[in-house]
Ligand binder design. Structure first.
Ligand code: AMP
Ligand code: MG
Length: 714
């Protein structure tokens, strides 16, 4: 192997439930991808294994490469899993006296979030989860600020001290403060925060203390409480993980602060105050990667689809942009943090397969084997069949090439398990039972994808579908079949695509705050000016937060490019739109008019020009500030076209492959050895150390000069 000469600069990390992926970019923009089995007990171990795997491809090592690195971006699923499984820290919650049950009651929608449609309809299936903070760890204190931000009842300091003392005596690891209308006027919350800090100090306790106004100054109590609670409940443990990873990176010679992919699609430093913003990070990486590729190669409308071991994640990019949801839900909780709009279902290559005891039919997931793959991995300790076991039985996957052969799988074990658990009870041949599982998964994924695109009023013909994740290319043909996408693209680096997205992401902080500006259609000059000034006041406050976060990471204000935005709606309407501001600062009636014009323009684009309702007047409901600094980005490869026939050395032989009732001798190819311009007609299986691209009979694929495979139905 020739020595790698360029300095390694950027590292993207995706610590998924199944695999930990790394994506390294060098100074010239070239990249390598590594993968290792995840290690939930110590993520840094999996990360270093994965890094060795990647850097080995360049003939270098962690020790040699790390000291040159400029930055690294982490994404992972541990925080989300902690919330989904309700395994966070014990925290105490301080709210208004009389409102102690608000968090426990939650919003009605939380009782059926994540349900199938038929279960949403039936009240008797609805179920409330245990609240994140139990009632016994919740205290009320007397105070009231009204919806205009005026103090109506002063805060009783002594009650606060007592509440803090009691909670700390009960052994909580964090205190969360959430008072009514604090987003309008934070004085009481901040006072409570300071009193809690005092009490904790007196008691010699080092606990996290978070006040909603400092973190998420937005209206809607349940959303705000949930989000602020997550900061102590779920983000603190992740902070420890990140600290450990950061230390390990430094032990190996790095000298920068680790960044983390945040739910709004930018990256933030691991020391960021608002770490709950990284609750969803891995799947976001994939969307950012797709947008980055799309921007460079001219794909404007993209349906992103990612299948790993545990889940199927979908998102839409339309007109070159993804949508941000302001109050999304996650893990059956309503939240108030900006999240790239995505749909996730618990179906992946590691999903368990069982027979429904009532109907006798096949049932997939929702739980999965995670990093333990399936019965086929002798060390897994698993007994229940997974989709991966079926892949092996049918010849989709190569048992000797899982993670390039690091994890040895046993087809015979998979075969026996599928036989006993599925085929025999169903009185089917083993391959028929296994292929029933694959068809069921393909069908379910196809339905999800179709409904996501068409429910938003789009036509798949206007979209390019990107398929990635280790298991994406295994099922691309299956979940896109007959949907009619304009094109279907499988990047050759599909297995590390989310990590690629992390490496391509902007270093960006984003802050939001609620605002209540409302103007009649005939508002005069003074009113319009005052409205512009109010928005500017919000921007200035948020700018300080952005600059402060960058300062923590060693950047000066002049490095930061500021991008203001706002949320606007027609007065009295229920839904607002997020608008990128056409002006850097606001302060005059003329500025206000420009903001209104930008809103009208966007409204016409999202809905229809005829739906515009300027006669209602305008409201600004929120101010947004984003700040970005420059970083090195991966370069999209460009290779010379080598003709349609693949090089002889790419052909690895054949394997028995079963689909739709018959066995084929599928030709096997080595993905990395294929050359730009090569065209392959199914049935072929294209193998790579961390992913497998299955092209069945009736399909063909073409590798373009950017190392993107295009899949076509014949
Ligand atoms: P991910 O969670 O995105 O890393 O995807 C993991 C999944 O990739 C596994 O569950 C496998 O089904 C799939 N996969 C396909 N080919 C391979 C391979 N050669 N090695 C490991 N995983 C693979
Ligand atoms: Mg993944």
């Amino acid at each position: 192997m020739e020595a790698h000469t360029e300095a390694v600069e950027v590292l993207g990390i995706d610590a998924g439930g199944t695999m930990t992926d790394t994506f390294f970019v060098d100074a010239a923009g070239d990249f390598v991808v590594g993968k290792a089995q995840s290690n939930p007990d110590d993520e840094s171990v999996a990360l270093l294994n994965s890094a060795e795997d990647a850097l080995g491809l360049w003939g270098t090592t962690v020790e040699q490469a790390f000291p040159d690195m400029v930055t690294a971006v982490y994404s992972g699923t541990a925080m989300l899993n902690r919330v989904v499984s309700r395994k966070g820290l014990d925290v105490g919650l301080i709210v208004n006296r009389g409102m102690e049950d608000v968090s426990r009651m939650g919003r009605a929608i939380q009782s059926y979030l994540g349900y199938a449609y038929e279960d949403r309809l039936h009240l008797n299936t609805h179920r409330y989860d245990e609240p994140l903070v139990p009632r016994r760890n919740t205290r009320g204190v007397t105070e009231r600020i009204d919806s205009k931000g005026d103090v109506v009842i002063p805060l009783r300091d002594e009650e606060v001290r007592e509440a803090a003392r009691e909670l700390l005596e009960a052994g909580v690891h964090g205190l969360v403060i959430c008072l009514m209308h604090s987003y309008k006027n934070p004085v009481h919350e901040r006072r409570v925060r300071d009193l809690c800090t005092e009490v904790a100090r007196e008691m010699g306790r080092d606990v996290t203390i978070v006040a909603s106004a400092d973190y998420y100054p937005v209206r809607k109590e349940s959303h705000r409480i949930n989000t602020t609670v997550l900061e102590a409940y779920a983000a603190e443990p992740s902070r420890k993980t990140l600290h450990r990873i950061s230390d390990r990176l430094r032990d190996h010679g790095t000298h920068f602060d680790l960044r983390v992919m945040a739910s709004h699609g930018g990256t933030i430093g691991w020391k960021a105050k608002e770490l709950a913003r990284t609750l969803v990070s891995g799947p976001i990486g994939g969307v950012i990667g797709a947008k980055y590729l799309g921007d460079q190669l001219g794909y404007k409308n993209i349906a992103c689809s990612d299948i790993g071991g545990t889940s199927f994640d979908m998102a839409l990019i339309t007109g070159g942009d993804f949508t941000i949801k302001q109050d999304p839900d996650m893990a059956r909780l309503v939240l108030s943090l900006p999240l790239v709009a995505m749909d996730t279902v618990g179906a992946g290559a590691g999903s368990f397969v069982r027979l429904d005891p009532y109907t006798g039919g096949l049932k997939l997931g929702p739980d999965s084997a995670g990093y333990r793959v399936g019965v086929c991995w002798p060390d897994s300790g698993l007994e229940t069949v997974t989709v991966s076991d079926c892949h092996l039985v049918l010849g989709y996957l190569n048992p000797d090439n899982f993670l390039g052969g690091v994890v040895k799988l046993d087809r015979e074990r998979a075969y026996q398990a599928v036989k006993e658990q599925l085929a025999d009870p169903l009185k089917l041949p083993v391959e028929e039972a296994a292929s029933g599982v694959i068809e069921l998964l393909d069908f379910e994924l196809r339905q999800y994808l179709r409904s996501m695109v068409s429910a938003k009023g789009y036509n798949p013909q206007d979209f390019v579908c990107f398929s990635y994740g280790g298991a994406g290319p295994v099922h691309t043909y299956g979940y896109t079949e007959d949907l009619g996408f304009e094109d279907i693209i499988v990047p050759a680096f599909a297995a590390g695509f989310s990590a690629f997205g992390c490496a391509a992401a902007e270093f960006e902080y984003r802050y939001d705050m609620s605002q209540d500006i409302s103007l009649a259609p005939d508002a005069g000059e003074a009113e319009r000016r005052s409205a512009a000034e109010t928005l500017q006041k919000g921007w200035s406050e948020l700018t300080e937060k952005v600059i402060e976060e960058f300062r923590i990471n060693g950047f000066s204000p002049s490095d930061v490019q500021l991008k203001p935005g706002y949320r606007m709606q027609y007065r009295g309407q229920l839904n607002d739109l997020e608008i990128d501001s056409p002006i850097p600062k606001a302060g005059s009636a003329d500025d206000w008019d420009q903001l209104v014009d930008a809103f009208n323009e966007q409204y016409g684009r999202v809905y229809a020009n005829s739906a515009r309702s300027p006669e209602l007047g305008y409201s600004v409901t929120g101010a947004i500030m984003r700040g970005v600094v420059d970083t090195t980005k991966p370069k999209i490869p460009v290779e010379p076209e080598a003709g349609e026939t693949p090089p002889a050395e790419a052909h690895l032989g054949t394997r028995r492959f079963f689909r739709r009732g018959r066995w084929y001798d599928a030709d096997l190819y080595q993905m990395e050895t294929l050359q730009a311009g090569n065209r392959l007609r199914g049935p072929v299986v294209i193998e790579s150390p961390a992913t497998t691209f299955v092209v069945p009979d009736g399909f063909e694929t073409y590798l373009d000069k950017h190392r993107l495979f295009h899949l076509r139905q014949l």
